[in-house]
Ligand binder design. Structure first.
Ligand code: ARG
Length: 468
């Protein structure tokens, strides 16, 4: 077990050479990041192992020192994973904590690890590795949710429900079509995480403090060892760039916004007034006073936490926007925002996947709602254009008159008599009734991307193949 190697009044063991006194306790409190950046321990150790191996391969340190460092870092890793590591606030951050403990374990060799390196390129590397993993996690979470939505879409490819604009009944659509709308959005979200991942996959290590190094390092070797495509080409950019984190947060914010819209729909749909869906016991809560309640808390919390993710993006943009090149300590504030946003997004994706997989749509309630609100008025207008040769604007006007008539009588369009229909326009015949049914309405919308069950089934098949 490591002892805290420095106290508040001793100068920092890692950089205190020119300091006569240690930092004030308040300085330590504002400066130290170990409370949160300990989360980067695995990436930090991985980066250091790659760096040490490269230093030996290029003859900058001896093979024996490099293997002592490599082994020692694995010991540090297992201490941390066993919960046996004493993190020290005096040692500021994860980088100094690991390096200091390494030196306790392996002695002199440990002091050679930081050759041709700075914490500036070190933290940039560690954080890129971490964010890259989160891109992969987001891609996995999104695919799982898409699969759950796809199962819903396949089961209800021909179930009719009202489609809304302005949250007013607009035209009948199919349940499958509505589910697939979210599959498409999530597909773009996945594209954004994948793009961001590709762009961030360049290695900052070897940029050192900002200018590069006079040691004959091999940046290609460390980049490759850490799974990066190549080293970053400009050392100043390498230590000052946080675009990768901002891209991750931006992709996360858009994805969270999509989840929030679906959450909002689930809240509305599961209400007693709508009854479109029933959420499962596993993803709802009860009320301690009102026994009838089944609350969609998971959906509400997904909706609410979108604000945290968006807030994280705004916070980091604000940190970065005024910073001169290259590194400034402000950038230490990148981590908590990204950690919180990533945790929030992964949990939201998982909760949404559970809710969607478990929910049951009430087919009869969907169809009843689809048939109300004059949802087939557009079908009537289209019929007048197609069968009676009216210009669309005139057909729209005639249909509007019929809607007003039905509204006045308190009935729906199909309930009007043929006489009443003809009173609005003499060209109307009994054949019009066939387009006023919701099933005919959706079946007729076969344009590419339309709501017809035949189109929905094609899209389900396309997505299933893509997600297989
Ligand atoms: N803890 C620091 C961070 O997260 C590491 C880099 C510190 N670099 C420095 N020159 N003080 O940004």
């Amino acid at each position: 077990m490591a002892e805290a190697p420095s106290t508040a009044d001793a100068a920092n063991a890692m950089w205190g050479g020119r300091f006569a006194e240690g930092p004030d306790a308040i300085m330590t409190a504002i400066n130290a990041s170990i409370r949160f950046d300990r989360r980067l321990y695995a990436q930090d150790i991985r980066g250091s192992r790659a760096h040490a191996a490269m230093l030996a391969a290029t003859g900058i340190i001896s093979d024996s020192d490099a293997s002592a460092i490599g082994e020692g870092l694995l010991t540090v890793l297992s201490e941390i994973e066993a919960g046996a590591f004493a993190f020290s606030e005096a040692l500021e951050d994860i980088h100094l904590n690991v390096e200091s403990r390494l030196t306790e374990i392996v002695g002199e060799a440990g002091k050679r690890l930081h050759t041709a390196r700075s914490r500036n390129d070190q933290v940039a590397t560690d954080f890129r590795l971490w964010v890259r993993e989160q891109c992969d996690a987001a891609l996995g979470g999104i695919a799982a949710l898409q699969r759950a939505l796809l199962a819903q879409a396949e089961a209800g490819a021909d179930w009719v429900m009202p489609g809304f604009t302005h949250l007013q009944v607009a035209q009948p659509v199919t349940w499958g079509h509505h589910m697939l709308a979210y599959v498409e959005m999530l597909g773009r979200d996945a594209g954004r995480f994948a793009d961001a991942r590709t762009r961030m996959n360049e290695c900052p290590l070897g940029a050192a403090a900002l200018a590069g190094t006079s040691f004959p390092i091999d940046r290609g070797m460390t980049a490759k060892a850490l799974g990066f495509d190549r080293p970053m080409a400009n050392s100043i950019d390498a230590v000052s760039d946080r675009d990768f984190a901002l891209e991750f947060l931006s992709a996360a914010a858009i994805c969270a916004m999509h989840l929030s819209r679906l959450a909002e729909e689930l809240v509305i749909w599961s209400s007693a007034q709508f009854r479109f869906v029933r959420l499962s016991d596993r993803f709802t809560t009860g009320s301690s006073i009102m026994p009838q309640k089944r609350n969609p808390d998971a959906a509400e919390l997904i909706r609410a936490r979108t604000g945290r993710i968006l807030g994280a993006a705004v916070a980091l943009f604000t940190v970065m926007k005024g910073l001169p090149l290259a590194y400034s300590k402000d950038m230490q504030e990148d981590k908590e925002q990204v950690f919180d946003a990533a945790d929030t997004l992964m949990l939201a994706l998982a909760a949404m996947t559970g809710m969607v997989a478990d929910m049951t749509a009430d087919r009869a309630a969907l169809e009843r709602a689809a048939s109300s609100g004059f949802s087939t008025a557009t079908d009537l207008a289209d019929w007048l254009v197609r069968e009676a040769g009216l210009p669309f604007r005139e057909a729209h006007h005639v249909t509007g008159a019929l809607v007003a008539l039905a509204e006045g009588k308190g009935c729906d369009l199909p309930d009007l008599t043929l006489e009443e229909m003809k009173s609005a326009h003499p060209a109307i015949t009994g054949a019009v009734y066939s387009v006023l049914g919701v099933h005919n309405s959706v079946a007729s919308r076969q344009s590419y991307g339309g709501t017809a069950p035949v189109r929905v089934r094609e899209q389900v098949a396309r997505w299933k193949a893509r997600l297989a």
